[in-house]
Design a protein around this ligand. Sequence first.
Ligand SMILES: [Zn+2]
Length: 182
Amino acid sequence: MHRRSFLLALAAAPFCAHAQPKSLSMKDIDVLQKNWKTLLPAGASVPSAAEPLKLSKDEWKKRLAPEAFKVLREEGTERAGTSPLNAEKRPGIYACAGCGLPLFTSEMKYESGTGWPSFFTTIPGVFEQKKDFFLIYPRTEYHCKRCGGHHGHVFDDGPPPTGQRWCNNGVALKFIPKDAKV
Ligand SMILES: [Zn+2]
């Protein structure tokens, strides 16, 4: 190896090790998406995107903690590094904190190093997207299909094979461990 490329490899190594522990194929992603229910606790009943939840602003205010209200209903962003879900590694489901719709599984999560819980794919059919211009340049906002709650932004600098980084506010998520008693 040339000295220069060796040094570059050294410099890049911590990020590679961080970003993607094992390499997945698109077929693996398909399997993760199809089998998401295997990460639910036995006997758990969860809502589906086909049963919309529409509440008034006042009803949401009563239902959600102030920080969750700000993110979910007013498209706020939590401070990076503040969510306990950054460090969550147990098997389970990440559901919408507003309406309980399952959005991601633990197998879709990765450490992006950004300070927000990050995922490289989602449970299918649970989000809708729109472009926003809050930071001048366009970003793709995504929100829960069931309750319309804002969750985060999706970027194209995620790990292979999807290349997606679903950057989610932790306060908008509720983690349901697979071994939870329901
Ligand atoms: Zn929701």
